[in-house]
Design a protein around this ligand. Sequence first.
Ligand code: ZN
Ligand code: ZN
Ligand code: ZN
Length: 147
Amino acid sequence: MPKRSSSLATQLLETLEERGHRSTSPRRAVVNAIAGQNKHFTAEELHGQLPGVGRATIYRSLKLLVDSGVLCRVLLEEGDLHYQLSHRGHHHHLLCVECGSSQDLLGCDIEDLLQTVSAAHKFQLSGHWLEVYGKCHDCMDREAVAV
Ligand SMILES: [Zn+2]
Ligand SMILES: [Zn+2]
Ligand SMILES: [Zn+2]
């Protein structure tokens, strides 16, 4: 779907420009490649798709997009750090360990709990990171059929 990804790429570049980051041609290449991903991806996968763009540029662009809130980091259970497009504020991910799919978990109910435990430890809370691992609905259905 080149149409969709090109308008998405424009949006991403605009977000960066609004924050004072000029769109250079390597950065446009990175953003275009990101807009074309349909699943979470690693920086190395992106690098593989963009042999002409240096690693440093790729990592810097990823960081800018994460800081701008349009990309989020996804930590897979085996420890690989992936990235995926995000237009939402604070959220978590439900990650399927079978097929690797990711669903956004909106609404965060653990903030109060964390405030309480932090206070108990005389610890000043500044943020948290949470990924939820398990089996997605599709994978459970597939298993039910296979049995
Ligand atoms: Zn996310
Ligand atoms: Zn699954
Ligand atoms: Zn949260």
